[in-house]
Ligand binder design. Structure first.
Ligand code: SF4
Ligand code: SF4
Length: 269
């Protein structure tokens, strides 16, 4: 995670391109002298799946979660809204969920960014600005380590392969659930900056990606189903299943933004 407030901390991206089988040495546990150091003064971007699971864990709605725990930014290159964890206004700009002794209060549903560290991920086809169609099942992904000067986890003896680390941290399931969101951002970044989304389109993106409870209400209680063709099986699934609703929302945005998704506008009779 990148430190933004303490200028004594430096981040070093190790330039080695790692694959799923590349091994690295790292361990984070309550015994390290830097325990919880990385949960302060940081930017943590939240994914749609993070919000979905955190709001459920905290037993609040997505609307409440967004209002209490997040800041909203515009991702400049994509011209799309993104969400970060709102830090406390204390000396260290702490994450609201960190406690000195206990560590992370929301460990079971901690965000993807917290799980990934010390790894970062890139994509060869995205890097080369090729179409997503050539990047099947993330098999072109590569990884790298981000070493922050305050982190002593690299001095621990435990060794991991990248694949084992991802499995241990539960990022596979999250990346899979968020794939449509990542794709929308990457695609939008590749569109010339002169082609702007309307404010309404940005609001649609925010609603479907981050405010999942309100999006469900929008689908079922507005004129949405009069405009878009949604088969009955999908409709029944998204009524109760948050992850399916997320994927449905990404597909809907893809249809509206890029005219490519599976969700079609109903034919006028
Ligand atoms: S969510 Fe948990 S792991 Fe992530 S920064 Fe906050 S306290 Fe640390
Ligand atoms: S070892 Fe690194 S990741 Fe773990 S608490 Fe310390 S700074 Fe954070």
């Amino acid at each position: 995670m990148q430190n933004t407030t303490d200028d004594k901390t430096t981040s070093e991206v190790i330039p080695e391109q790692m694959g799923y089988n590349t091994r690295f040495q790292f361990q984070c546990h309550k015994g390290v002298k830097c325990f919880t150091r990385c949960c302060r003064g940081i930017d943590i971007m939240l994914t749609p799946y993070d919000i979905l699971t955190m709001r459920k864990h905290l037993n609040i709605t997505s609307e409440e979660f967004l209002a209490i725990y997040t800041d909203i930014h515009l991702l400049e290159k994509a011209d799309l809204p993104v969400v970060t964890l709102k830090l406390l206004d204390d000396d260290q700009k702490s994450c609201p969920f960190v406690r000195d002794k206990e560590g992370c209060l929301v460990y079971e549903c901690r965000p993807s960014a917290c799980r990934y560290y010390p790894l970062g991920m890139g994509s060869l086809s995205y890097a080369n600005e090729l179409s997503k169609d050539t990047a099947k099942d993330n098999d072109d992904a590569f990884f790298f380590t981000v070493k922050e000067s305050h982190c002593f986890g690299f001095e621990e003896k435990k060794e991991w392969s990248v694949a084992d680390w991802r499995e241990d941290q539960g990022v596979n399931i999250r990346d899979e659930a968020n794939a449509g969101w990542t794709d929308l951002i990457v695609r939008k970044k590749s569109v010339p900056m002169s082609i702007k989304l309307s404010e309404q389109s940005k609001q649609m993106f925010f609603l479907a990606c981050y405010n999942i409870d309100k999006f469900r209400t929008f689908v079922f209680e507005s004129s949405f189903l009069e405009k878009f063709d949604v088969d009955p099986v999908t409709l029944e699934e998204i009524r109760h299943d948050d992850v399916k609703l997320l994927r449905f929302g990404f597909g809907w945005l893809k249809s509206v933004f890029f005219k490519e998704g599976e969700i079609k506008i109903k034919q006028q009779k």
